[in-house]
Design a protein around this ligand. Sequence first.
Ligand code: PLP
Length: 387
Amino acid sequence: MPIDVTAVLDQLVADATAAAPTSIGYPGAVDLDHSAVMTRLGARLWNNIGDPADTGGTAHTRILERAVVDWIADLVAMPADDRWGYVTTGGTEGNLSALHAAYRCWPTARIYHSTAAHYSIPKIVDMLGARAVTVQAGPDGEMAYDDLAAQLRRRRRWPAIVVATAGTTMTEAVDDTTRIHAILTEYGIPGHTHVDAALSGIPLALDGALRLDDSSGIGSITISGHKFLGIPTPCGVVLIRDHLRRPHLRHVSYTAAADTTITGSRCGLAAALLWHAIATHGREGHRWRTAEARRLAAHAVDQIRATGWTAWRHPHAFTVVLPTPPPAVRAKWLLASDGPVSHLICMPGISEGQVRAFAADLATAVSTPALSLPRPRTPTPSGGATP
Ligand SMILES: Cc1ncc(COP(=O)(O)O)c(C=O)c1O
């Protein structure tokens, strides 16, 4: 039987299109139109192999990649003479690149991360052959700084690489790098602070709340491309203070260049898509998108509470946290669930109508006698549990 290739592809598109209206649990923005890039560049290979500063090869988009890196580095106030970065395959590769660079600087360091850090972090610590120290996170997902201080105090003879998260996966909590920096300074522990800002990096930087200037104590940052910017292929950007990685570069004779990136061949299409999303909206456009998404998230909290269920969010967050809804709701709506706690994320492009429909289904489930008691309990930011 010959394969009906068109039917196979059409089915994939139909399935994804049918699932989209009830997919509100994962953080991919769906409001931006990337077709100008896909139409012009989508049908050929764009390979940004090597460093973004390299000039070799014919079909590459490194000029756009450099523009993307500069736009984000400017946004986070990274010094112009001490910055480097590239377009990665996503948040995980960005974390790997940054922690690899940090660990080369500090090969005896312990790597500290909270229990709310993304699962890529302990995996990367393992890959590097380093020692991890797990720090408690509070019920709202933010690192417990007293526990960080206690863990650091116990290990003050070794340098520290601290991974802070700006937008934890479940609650979008933001670790306070000023407090982390103050603790490291108080104990006189040298090392590196990396910020995994895969989810919230751009929105927080647009607020002026995430800066990599000299006083920040932050050495590197990871940002995802397919989350807030909704790039239709997994990608991200890693930024590292240049002086941290430059002494450890390896030269490759085959490419006649320094080997600076985790993968060799790299997706030039992703860099072009990122550049397009930035160039067509600019800071003001992305600020507007951020404000609209936060407004909808606040509205979602109200709508959910009006059903008698509970919900909360951090003030800056797109993420709405709620006790895991009854099975009837979960069967229809794709939420992210971690046992008793679930979330939905009002990324740009999620509509008020979707939030209303979700709340209506939740109200129906809540008022169904068999399901109405007992309610699951979920931690609140204040540390207590609410029904
Ligand atoms: C905080 C955080 N870091 C890293 C990642 C990993 O990103 P990726 O899936 O692009 O590798 C995620 C993904 O959800 C995340 O939420």
